[in-house]
Design a protein around this ligand. Structure first.
Ligand code: SF4
Length: 889
């Protein structure tokens, strides 16, 4: 416990991205929770991004799964546990261990992950356990293993700050790892000689703040880094001493890379020769280079090759294992690294040991005293759901994730689960697109209620601590898994009293027969007593029993291969598949203020305002060709499936490429599960799906009317062609559109989600000539809902209206302003949310710019925007540039 401030704080860790920021959570006597960044945590030193700062807004119990359910009916824990254990046992007896599977998540704590993996691989005897981290960084794992012989991330956040050149490849760090990006910008402010290069087909907010942006063609990565490899050799930058003593395979890799001249590389990457020279020279000139890569590299059919193309360049120059240098995969999930450590991927054993290695198998089996250990890798995520679809898997347990939204070919996954004989889901939410298909629902503890450890992108293990009581009948995941294991007859192996006991076993296993043979060693953390575990400070692994062997990893040139040398991988540039005429390449990704499938961030009204409905980014020329105007709706389609969203026309997007967010679900939109469009193509080495290169068609969505509304209740929009809802402080906002007559027939109350109520008074306005219809609903002068409908996109002051919902409005003139959708008296309202930390809208920022705020800092001083976590500074910069451009025009 820390004691800063008026109430004692619990030190814990943010549950969102792989930066792994430390959080101070304070529960006040009135039950509310205060959240701050932990100034002593070495990942963030007190900073939080908009998502972390809004954690307190996601803790309410509305919509939580609080009791076990069997077939939609409340059940006791005993009945649910027995049913799961019995059905899994029976299925295994009848069809063998590979007829069952666990699909787990980077949201699980390491202790949860450890027991899930132990149960599947050591006691059921199958390796059919895979994690949603497969979708995020499996190509990095595979690339590390090919190059280093181990899944080792060799770089720390401090290295990033100490580098002279940071290359961000396929990483929108400003939005996806905001606190790390702010650390990088602060390092550049302090040392302007630090240069940042961004390689990304989109001009993201990260790219806009870089010294050099390379808008690479989708799929050009291997060509770019192969070209760099040869350039470095050609310009005398190869470290032959390092290559000779610490690597294998350099010659073959150089041979494979050297086949293309600059003009060919330019044509393969879509970059100019000048851009290539500039990047190659920068890389050659700087000894201290960190190359950061993320989903843009990993989520590709050649993702592992892309990773190795990057690592090859670091091996050639010996820029690895040194301060301020190395390849750096940053993870999307909060505990993707912890999952890798315990063997949460279908092709790994516990403690970074290998399934294919008989010595490792017998070591783990002896340590666990288990009846068996899976001898072959299990099914990776895409293959796992394929096996559910074709009936090979007959019972699946999904923990803390939502594959019906996040998996490629998501409708096939949905249909497979709907047809699967037995689906168990443990989750914190009652209704997700996946829980709705479960036969058994097991209520799990949420962030703030559970206790254990997580590992962030720089290999730092931190405690996630509970500060809230377990609500309803919820249980921590480790306990749920252990109870099922015991009911299956494996009592002795799962008789843990608490997460501390599990962590101790995990630490001891990492130490067995290790002595520097394996990279993952936290033997020094074994034997902690409860007090030490409770007080564990953030620590990077390796943390062996003898601390002297914990020096910077790879600094001695020793790698975890049979001969101790790292390996170059020879890579040839594959042909890029081009979309057929009239098609686009669709890239999916994340946005600043949402996390995964919104099960947590979607609860925060503040976070839901930045981008409140699903969208598609498209280049102006492509929009013109499709006759799309700003704020139109667009339909993306592929193989009979569709995605409907608002169009965002922007020259930040390349021609021929579209971008759509991965967050929206069937709970909050009519057709915005974008992964229904994505093929189940995977990288052949890592099994990671290619989520950024789907070929789709696009067209304008024709509608007879468009609507915007606000309501204290959740509206019922299921009859409309297009709809999307988002939480606001007092209720819900929604956008919709459809063909045919207006949706308001008999009852405005029912449309807005209310029971018909005689006490309600409706004010309405219609202008058939202009295609306008509006109404506002008051109950005893309180505004409980309003709806605005037109035959084109609705133009009203949305943020101002949202602020009026729930207010008591007695002044008739003000009531009529609600109907007009504008504050009147020349006021413009705050505009769309830009700064989620300080609630500052676009209109407020525009006004500040118009009266002389000409830098991001000035805008911050006048409005507060950008002075919280800093993630919106890129957007403010964009607004400033836009205003300068308009003045010039
Ligand atoms: Fe959480 Fe933001 Fe830190 Fe990521 S950067 S861990 S989302 S506070």
């Amino acid at each position: 416990m820390a004691d800063a401030g008026s109430f004692p704080a619990v030190r814990t860790t943010c549950p969102y991205c792989g930066v792994g920021c430390g959080v101070l959570a304070r529960q006040r006597p009135d039950g509310s929770v205060g959240i701050e960044g932990d100034p002593d945590h070495p990942a963030n030193f007190g900073k939080l991004c908009s998502k972390g700062a809004a954690l307190a807004e996601t803790l309410d119990l509305d919509g939580r799964l609080l009791h076990p359910e069997i077939m939609g009916q409340r059940a006791s824990w005993d009945a649910a546990t027995e049913l799961v254990a019995h059905t899994f046992r029976q299925t295994i007896e009848q069809h063998g261990p590979d007829s069952v599977a666990f699909y787990v998540s980077g949201q699980l704590l390491t202790e949860d992950y450890y027991v899930a993996n132990k149960l599947m691989k050591g006691f059921i005897g199958s390796a059919n356990i895979d994690t949603n981290s497969r979708l995020c960084m499996a190509s990095s794992v595979a690339g590390h293993k090919r190059a280093f012989g181990s899944d080792t991330v060799p770089v720390s956040y401090q290295d990033l700050e100490q580098a002279d050149l940071v290359v961000l490849s396929g990483s929108n760090l400003a939005w996806c790892h905001p606190v790390l990006f702010q650390r990088l910008l602060a390092a550049r402010d302090a040392r302007p000689e630090l240069k940042i290069v961004v390689i990304d087909p989109r001009r993201t907010v990260t790219a806009e703040q870089a010294d050099l942006h390379l808008p690479i063609r989708s799929g050009g990565d291997v060509a770019l880094f192969n070209g760099l490899l040869f350039w470095l050799l050609d310009h005398g930058k190869a470290d032959f001493d390092f290559i000779t003593r610490h690597t294998n395979g350099a010659e073959a890799a150089i041979d494979a890379a050297g086949g293309q001249d600059l003009a060919e590389i330019a044509s393969g990457t879509g970059l100019s020769e000048t851009q290539l020279r500039c990047f190659y020279d920068l890389f050659a000139e700087h000894e201290k280079v960190v190359t950061v890569y993320s989903q843009g590299v990993n989520q590709a059919a050649d993702g592992t090759d892309r990773v190795n193309a990057i690592i090859n360049c670091h091996l050639l120059t010996g820029r690895i294992g040194r301060e301020g240098a190395g390849p750096f995969s940053v993870t999307g999930q909060p505990n993707a690294m912890g999952g890798r450590e315990v063997g949460g991927l279908a092709n790994q054993l516990a403690a970074h040991m290998d399934i294919e290695n008989p010595e490792h198998r017998s070591l783990v089996r002896d340590f666990w005293c288990s009846p068996t250990v899976a001898a072959t890798p299990g099914l990776k995520a895409v293959d796992m759901f394929g096996a559910v679809a074709d009936g090979r898997i007959k019972a699946i347990w999904i923990m803390a994730t939502n594959p019906v939204v996040s998996m490629p070919d998501a409708d096939v996954v949905r249909d497979a689960l709907a047809a699967c004989p037995f689906v168990v889901v443990s989750d914190v939410e009652r209704h997700t697109d996946t829980t709705d298909l479960a036969h058994v629902l097991l209520p799990a503890a949420a962030w703030g209620e559970k206790d254990g450890t997580v590992t962030n992108s720089e290999r730092r293990i931190s405690r996630q601590r509970s500060f809230l009581p377990l609500p309803g009948e919820t249980r921590p995941d480790w306990r749920i898994i252990c109870n099922v294991a015991q009911a299956m007859g494996h009592g002795a192996g799962f008789d843990y009293a608490d997460p501390h006991a599990i962590f101790d076993e995990h630490a001891r296993l990492s130490d067995v027969a290790n002595q520097g043979r394996r990279d993952f060693d936290i033997g020094g953390l074994s034997g902690l007593d409860q007090l030490d575990y409770d007080g564990l400070k953030p620590v990077r692994w390796p943390a062996p029993k003898s601390p002297e062997s914990a020096a910077q990893i790879f600094s001695d040139g020793h790698f975890f291969t049979a001969d101790g040398k790292s390996r170059f991988v020879a890579l040839r540039v594959a042909a890029i598949s081009k979309p057929c005429a009239g098609s686009f390449i669709l890239s999916t990704g994340r946005i600043r203020d949402q996390w995964h499938t919104m099960t947590r961030t979607g609860r925060s009204a503040r976070l839901s305002q930045h981008l409140a409905e699903p969208f598609v980014e498209i280049h102006p020329t492509d929009a013109w060709r499709l006759a799309l105007r700003p704020a139109d709706l667009v339909r993306l389609s592929r193989r009979g499936r569709q995605y409907l969203a608002r169009v965002l026309i922007t020259d930040a997007q390349q021609q021929g490429i579209l971008f759509a967010p991965m967050h929206w679900t069937a709970q909050g939109s009519s057709a915005a599960r974008v992964d229904v469009l994505v093929d189940d193509i995977t990288d052949p080495v890592s099994g990671q799906p290619a989520l950024k290169s789907t070929h789709v068609r696009a067209s304008r969505l024709e509608a007879d009317w468009f609507g915007f509304g606000i309501s204290l209740s959740r509206p019922d929009l299921r009859q409309q062609v297009y709809w999307a809802t988002a939480r606001i402080e007092t209720g819900f906002r929604f956008e919709c559109a459809s063909t045919g007559p207006l949706p308001i027939t008999d009852s405005t109350e029912a449309f807005l989600g209310f029971e018909p109520d005689a006490a309600c008074e409706v004010l309405n306005y219609s202008d058939h000539h202009r295609g306008i219809y509006r109404f506002a609903l008051f109950r005893k002068d309180q505004l409980v809902g309003a709806f605005f409908c037109a035959d084109t996109a609705v133009a009203v002051e949305r943020e101002w209206l949202i602020g009026q919902l729930g207010q008591t409005i007695t002044d008739p003139a003000q009531q009529h302003r609600i109907l007009a959708g504008r504050p009147g008296d020349g006021n413009a309202g705050p505009g769309a949310m830009v700064c989620a930390c300080n609630n500052v809208g676009a209109q407020t920022i525009t006004e500040a710019i118009s009266v002389g705020a000409n830098t991001v800092r000035c805008v911050g001083e006048r409005t507060g925007a950008g002075t919280g976590c800093g993630s919106c500074q890129g957007e403010i910069g964009r607004m400033l540039r836009h205003s300068r451009k308009s003045e010039t025009v």
